[in-house]
Design a protein around this ligand. Structure first.
Ligand code: 5GP
Ligand code: ZN
Length: 142
């Protein structure tokens, strides 16, 4: 896509720090470096978000994730864990609308990274949970 910043990175039209590249994906350092080694993995094909993937593209992209994650991990013995984040939609904090996965190596609990899950379990009966699951399930084919 002509004006997409990540398509421009795929085409090397803007500077980027590549850590891995093949015919399907490109992995490069995120400019913000939330923690040292913070890497973005993107499909070379422009898809805006997870809702635009087909199964083949998803399989191809995810098949690259373990080896890229392991390479980041083993590049620095101080890395103790990793968060992998994928934001979809502005409401979910997506700011670049070419799908990407953040690989954020974790060093300590004091890393400048936070993820907070609210616990609303007290608000739901098991019947309400089942009704939600049934509505989702009804949308799935196969
Ligand atoms: P999002 O908020 O969409 O999940 O993440 C977009 C990410 O892209 C941000 O973490 C931001 O730092 C990164 N980013 C935006 N523009 C550039 C760029 O030109 N180069 C690189 N390397 N990263 C970028
Ligand atoms: Zn793009």
């Amino acid at each position: 896509m002509e004006d997409c910043i990540f398509c421009k990175i795929v085409r090397n039209e803007i500077p980027n720090t590549v850590v891995y590249e093949d015919d399907v994906v490109k992995a490069f350092l995120d400019i913000t470096q939330v923690t040292p080694g913070h890497t973005l993995v993107i499909p070379k094909k422009h898809v805006a978000d997870i809702f635009e993937y087909d199964a083949d593209l998803a399989a191809a992209v995810f098949s690259r994730m373990p080896k890229i994650a392991r390479a980041i991990q083993t590049s620095n013995p101080a890395i103790k864990g990793m968060n992998i984040c994928n934001n979809n939609g502005a409401v979910a904090y997506q700011s670049v609308f070419h799908s990407h996965f953040h690989l954020i190596p974790r060093y300590t609990a004091k890393d400048t990274f936070a993820m907070q899950f609210g616990d609303n379990s007290a608000d739901y009966t098991s019947d309400q949970l089942q009704a939600i699951a049934d509505r989702i399930h009804a949308q799935l084919e196969d």
